[in-house]
Design a protein around this ligand. Structure first.
Ligand SMILES: Cc1cc2nc3c(=O)[nH]c(=O)nc-3n(C[C@H](O)[C@H](O)[C@H](O)COP(=O)(O)OP(=O)(O)OC[C@H]3O[C@@H](n4cnc5c(N)ncnc54)[C@H](O)[C@@H]3O)c2cc1C
Ligand code: SF4
Length: 506
């Protein structure tokens, strides 16, 4: 008898494991305290994973496979996954143990060590989900994302002409994309599901699992099956793709997901394959060129074929050290409003409140609002990581860590981003509607009522001046800062110091 372990983020129905029904194979899918407790997660995130896991187990059973689905009630007597596995192996007289490559270093190490203790055969197989392999980073002659992405476009013939040239003659349409959102442009209503998760919530209460965030009426709005994920993909292509790239960096209080796909949970739990999403986008663009420009399709495909595969490659090449990097020596604790959204900074309160309500914020809210604030204020990357890893529906370490510690906090010293994503209130005003209803004045740099992002930005440049001297991409702000005399600099630095001293009251 063979035991095959399926982790909560391995819900890939197309995996070759499931091609044939084999009575000598038992699949194990288990809700575990080690997974609910390694960080405090959003309630919707745990509900989404547990519900999707249970539905996946049921679908496998219906297809004839032998599946053991264990809830927290069943696994409460086991301290961790290895204990549960040892028990199951003994109980079913298992002769062979198999598992799919975990995407998290923590689980990878745990299972590797566990297999070393086994007296039966064990085997780790590919998860058959990603487009590139775990060691993709090592194979790269150039480590910038753009290079990686272009190579994959060619290799997989995505948006390419016959002669190895990109469709439309360009690799990148950023200049057409990334605009702010005019008031007159209507936003697409997000497609929301309504999955009753009362029993999961009761189970979490019964086991005193600590969570964060809210859920309205105990109904989950996220897709928890492959079918629902496909529905969300179709909704995205028809309703959002035509304006995706154009407004992908825009922020507004008029909506919480704008033209974004919200497919990250379906992708990261493996209910959808990235190539399936890429080909669907490419085909949709081919068939609807009157409605969808190439810039929109390329802008979306770049996120999945480029960024998603790239951060995974970086994660596996840099772990475990990456998790400890703190290049800018940031030490401050996370302000309390990250947990309740109660701050007078409108941009922050909106981004945080919607994260608490929906377990979701789009990329620019994560990068240029909450991430930017943490970077400017010098919050310790461990605290920043834990917050991002807990709050978002799609947060799994392999994708969260490079984005948070690397891209948003520059804690890796520029491995993923060639310069820090630091911006003053000016950027936020340009890309959002937040500043109009804010307590603070985005035009003011100093004194009471001035936008905290302004003075904090220059304080950040000032305190890391020596570090940025050698970074050509920081030349412009550094030159400007140096051109100011002390009389101009001091009030800005004093305002920032006052704000940092009272950071919890901002
Ligand atoms: C600080 C920070 C933390 C982040 N943490 C996570 C995380 O834990 N999990 C996660 O999946 N994404 C993370 N991202 C990347 C990105 O913000 C989310 O993938 C995206 O917001 C998910 O929403 P969406 O599905 O609507 O994305 P869309 O905007 O519709 O993009 C489509 C897809 O592209 C992929 N994608 C886009 N940007 C990235 C990126 N930078 N890295 C990897 N994949 C990307 C995602 O799979 C996403 O579903 C983070 C970004 C930042 C700045
Ligand atoms: S004024 Fe400053 S704090 Fe307020 S919304 Fe604008 S950028 Fe954010």
């Amino acid at each position: 008898m063979e035991l095959r372990l399926i982790l909560g983020d391995q819900l890939n129905a197309a995996h070759s494991w499931f091609k044939e029904v084999d009575d000598d194979v038992i699949y194990l899918i288990a809700e575990m305290r080690q997974e609910t407790d390694y960080v405090v997660h959003h309630l919707q995130k745990i509900c989404a994973f547990f519900t999707a896991m249970e539905k996946f187990a049921r679908a496998l059973q219906q297809a004839g496979h032998k599946v053991e689905y264990l809830t927290l009630d069943d696994t409460q007597g086991f301290d961790d996954l290895p204990q549960l596995l040892s028990h199951t192996i003994e109980h079913h007289n298992i002769k062979h143990f198999s598992y799919q490559e975990p995407d998290e270093y923590r689980l990878d190490q745990q299972l590797l060590k566990f297999c070393q203790t086994l007296s039966i055969n064990s085997r780790c197989v590919e998860s058959e989900h990603f487009i590139t392999s775990r060691d993709a980073w090592e194979k790269l002659p150039n480590h910038r994302m753009e290079f990686f992405y272009r190579a994959l476009r060619k290799q997989h013939n995505v948006l390419m002409e016959a002669n190895n040239k990109p469709l439309g003659g360009r690799w990148n349409f950023d200049t057409e994309n990334r605009q702010s959102l005019p008031e007159k442009v209507a936003i697409t209503e997000p497609l929301l599901f309504s999955e009753d998760v009362t029993s999961v919530i009761e189970r979490l209460k019964r086991h005193q699992v600590k969570t964060l965030g809210n859920i309205a009426d105990k109904m989950l709005i996220w897709p928890v099956t492959r079918q629902a994920s496909r529905q969300l993909l179709s909704h995205f292509l028809e309703q959002c793709l035509p304006q995706f790239g154009q407004y992908q960096d825009a922020m507004t209080e008029r909506g919480w997901s704008l033209f974004h796909s919200r497919l990250s949970f379906s992708l990261n739990s493996k209910m959808l394959h990235p190539m399936e999403v890429i080909r669907a986008t490419e085909n949709y663009w081919h068939e609807h060129q009157d409605k969808v420009s190439l810039a929109q399709a390329e802008g979306f495909i770049r996120q999945i074929l480029g960024w998603r595969e790239y951060v995974r490659a970086l994660y596996w090449s840099q772990m475990p050290d990456y998790k400890t990097l703190n290049h800018l020596h940031a030490e401050r604790p996370l302000p309390s409003y990250f947990w309740d959204g109660k701050t007078k900074m409108r941009c922050m309160s909106h981004a945080i409140q919607q994260s608490l309500d929906f377990a979701y914020a789009h990329h620019i809210q994560r990068l240029m609002i909450t991430g930017n604030f943490a970077l400017l204020a010098g919050i310790h990357p461990d605290a920043v990581d834990n917050w991002y890893l807990g709050i978002y529906i799609d947060a799994i370490e392999w994708v969260e860590l490079p984005n948070t510690r690397g891209m948003s906090q520059f804690a890796d010293g520029g491995l993923i981003a060639s310069k820090p994503y630091a911006a003053s209130g000016n950027y936020i005003q340009r890309m959002s509607h937040y500043c109009k209803s804010c307590h603070y004045d985005v035009k003011k740099k100093t004194g009471e009522g001035s936008c905290p992002f302004n003075s904090l930005y220059w304080h950040f440049i000032h305190r890391h001046q020596a570090e940025f001297e050698t970074n050509p991409r920081m030349g412009f702000p550094l030159k400007h800062w140096k051109s100011l005399d002390d009389a101009a600099k001091q009030p800005i630095l004093d305002t920032a110091t006052t704000y940092l001293d009272q950071i919890d009251q901002l």
